[in-house]
Design a protein around this ligand. Structure first.
Ligand code: UDP
Length: 242
């Protein structure tokens, strides 16, 4: 409804971000919130400073992907909590790349967390909190119309490329990229691009030496020190909160 939107109007509010219209119908303002949620929203807290850290960290990751030739929705950081992104049509999928067994993979298959996979895997969850983001196969995605076979193939290719770029970058900073979630959209030019955010809320990061968790597992598992861990990630990435 680009024609009836007013600049500044709240278009969408999720658990961790808000999206606002701008003067330009092709661009949206994304605002990070301090809310932390887990287990499909069943656990919730407000952690001062988290929004600002995620905005800064995500901006760095998106800029690195763009430099490496991976298209994203990101344009630039606008302020502590906000960035400018291009409007895209999101696929209703959460795309999860794993290098090391953790989280739901460990739980689902009764595996020890920390087992290194022989090669990275990509899996797809349907983005639907009410259903608990169920795992879907590529065949189901195509037959149920969430994305075509060709789109799924391109999404998989891009997700693995993102993994290569970010894993290599983080390795040099003493951080292991265990797993992460991406969302993809199609831009008005028809390109499939990485959208949403890439932050310690959506990735698992372990310190390469100590194996200390530098991500949202600190909240999920009541380990404390979440803001400090996110600030440490930003520091390792060479960024500043402002
Ligand atoms: N993830 C996410 N949003 C979700 C589900 C997962 O950002 O709704 C991220 C999560 O932070 C982790 C990766 O995707 O880095 C794999 O998550 P997993 O399937 O292991 O689920 P979890 O144990 O986090 O519930």
């Amino acid at each position: 409804m680009a024609t009836t939107e007013r600049a500044g109007e709240l278009l969408y509010e999720g658990k961790a971000k808000q999206l606002f219209a701008t003067e330009d119908p092709a661009l949206l303002r994304m605002r990070y919130k301090d809310d932390a949620t887990a287990f499909d929203g069943k656990k919730h807290a407000v952690i001062a400073g988290k929004g600002q850290l995620n905005n800064a960290i995500s901006a760095i990751f998106f800029a690195r992907l763009e430099e490496a030739g991976v298209p994203t929705h990101f344009v630039r950081r606008l302020s502590d909590l906000e960035c400018l992104v291009r409007r895209v049509r999101l696929f209703p999928l959460e795309v999860i790349v794993r290098n090391i067994v953790a989280g739901s993979m460990a739980r689902r298959y009764g595996l020890e967390e920390g087992m290194v996979l022989a090669h990275p895997t990509v899996e797809f969850d349907l983005k639907n909190d009410a259903l608990g983001d169920p795992l879907v196969t590529e065949e189901q995605i195509a037959v149920l119309g969430w994305a075509t076979q060709e789109e799924v193939a391109e999404i998989r290719r891009l997700a693995l490329r993102v993994n290569e770029i970010l894993s290599a970058d983080l390795r040099g900073r003493g951080v292991v990229l265990v797993d992460f979630k991406l969302e993809f959209g199609r831009d008005p030019e028809g390109r499939i691009v990485v959208a949403d955010e890439i932050s310690p809320d959506t990735c698992r990061f372990w310190d390469a030496e100590t194996r200390e968790k530098l991500d949202k597992d600190r909240f999920r598992r009541d380990l404390g020190g979440l803001e400090e861990a996110y600030a440490e990630m930003l520091r390792r990435l060479g960024g500043t909160p402002r």
